[in-house]
Design a protein around this ligand. Structure first.
Ligand code: G3P
Length: 222
């Protein structure tokens, strides 16, 4: 399973990229709004920061409701950074979003259909030519459903029917989500930097390092 960072924060994106574990970046209107910067400028900045990843998702804004409006926005977004091949147009899971997805996919533009909460929605997005589908597991957990089970089922569906779309497990909130979606067959988990930090740590790693350091100090002192 590949790791994307779910962030529009350049400091966090830089940190994750430097570690060398990053295959992509996802953003959404809420994440960009938190940054208080112009959307297109931030996407351009991110594309330049992470040249070696496979995908940077830029979502059409909530003002784009019809397929035509989404396509018009997508056509502006793909021009950013001189038609950077990594830019992926993120579209909402609506009939208009699917129509825009099919149009862009037929033009060879990468797409990510977001806000997926059922297997049927994932099937529709895959059939509309989506490169990526994004089930939001944390938000299903929030309403007392098992978000990871949705990823399990979508992975199974895509295997049975040889569907090419990649699953991006999104709304990932903690380390257990990461392990469980990886084992479920998600192709990608998109996670905040805090989760990348958390999954790098274990108390026994810290204790082990402290012991190595103490033993080393004793040996050097003699
Ligand atoms: O990737 C989707 C993510 O940004 C939403 O996460 O935690 O707001 O449900 P959350």
């Amino acid at each position: 399973m590949k790791l994307f960072i779910d962030s529009a924060n350049v400091v966090d994106i830089k940190k994750a990229y430097k570690v060398g574990v990053l295959s992509g970046v996802t953003t959404n209107p809420s994440l960009v709004a938190k940054e208080g910067v112009k959307f297109e400028d931030r996407i351009e900045e991110i594309l330049k920061l992470v040249p070696k990843v496979e995908s940077v998702s830029a979502e059409v804004t909530p003002d784009a409701v019809t397929a035509e409006e989404m396509i018009a926005q997508a056509e502006e977004l793909i021009k950013i950074n001189n038609y950077d091949k990594n830019i992926t147009i993120k579209l909402p899971m609506t009939l208009d979003g699917l129509e825009a997805c099919r149009y862009l996919a037929d033009k060879g533009i990468k797409t990510n259909v977001t806000l997926i909460f059922t297997v049927n929605q994932a099937l529709l997005a895959a059939r509309a030519g989506a490169t990526y589908v994004s089930p939001f597991l944390g938000r299903l957990d929030d309403i007392s459903e098992d978000g990871v089970q949705l990823v399990v089922k979508i992975a199974e569906l895509f295997r049975i029917h040889n569907l090419d779309a990649q699953i991006i497990a999104a709304s990932v909130r903690h380390p257990d989500h990461v392990t469980r979606v990886a084992m479920a067959g998600a192709h990608i988990a998109t996670v905040p930097f805090s989760v990348i930090e958390q999954i790098s740590k274990h108390p026994l790693t810290d204790q082990g390092l402290e012991k190595f350091a103490a033993d080393w100090k004793k040996a050097v002192k003699g």
